[in-house]
Design a protein around this ligand. Structure first.
Ligand code: DQA
Length: 143
């Protein structure tokens, strides 16, 4: 079963990006961890990252067309991208929003998620573990 793990802007810099907020695991480490756990759960996980809103929208169209479950960390797009939200709303399979940090414990602008209402659910605040929890939730949902 394919699963897409989609990451928004600046997440390719994990490891060196504000490690006090986002931890010391590199983006490559995140890819390895999602792929490893995914395989254990019976998923063929493909992890992608983009700084480009249009590319994220096109990936969500691809997921909708293929009924592919999605784990998405929309990063800053979370807070303002209605284009991404409208693309996510077309989903035909579960879609789980994840955040490494807990946006609700941070600046006010991070308290709003424009995608949350069209997601199956949200996991936030557990570091890289948020992705693990989301993959496990997908495994539970799609069994
Ligand atoms: C983030 C939280 C967002 O507010 C921020 O813009 C990010 C990362 C997280 O994973 O904690 O880039 O989505």
């Amino acid at each position: 079963r394919p699963v897409l793990v989609l990451n928004g802007p600046n997440l390719g810099r994990l490891g060196s990006r504000e490690p006090d907020v986002y931890g010391s695991t590199s983006y490559a480490g995140l890819v390895r961890e999602c792929t490893r756990l995914g395989a254990e759960l019976g998923f063929a996980v493909e992890v992608r990252e983009t700084n480009d809103e249009g590319e994220m929208v096109r990936w969500l169209h691809e997921a909708a067309d293929g009924a592919i479950p999605v784990v998405i960390n929309p990063a800053a797009f979370t807070h303002y991208s209605y284009a991404m939200r409208d693309a996510a709303a077309q989903r035909t399979a579960p879609l789980i929003e994840v955040h490494i940090s807990n946006p609700h414990a941070r600046e006010d602008f991070r308290h709003t998620s424009v995608i949350a209402a069209v997601a199956s659910g949200t996991v936030a605040g557990f570091g890289i573990g948020s992705y693990r929890l989301a993959l496990r939730a997908l495994a539970d949902q799609t069994d």
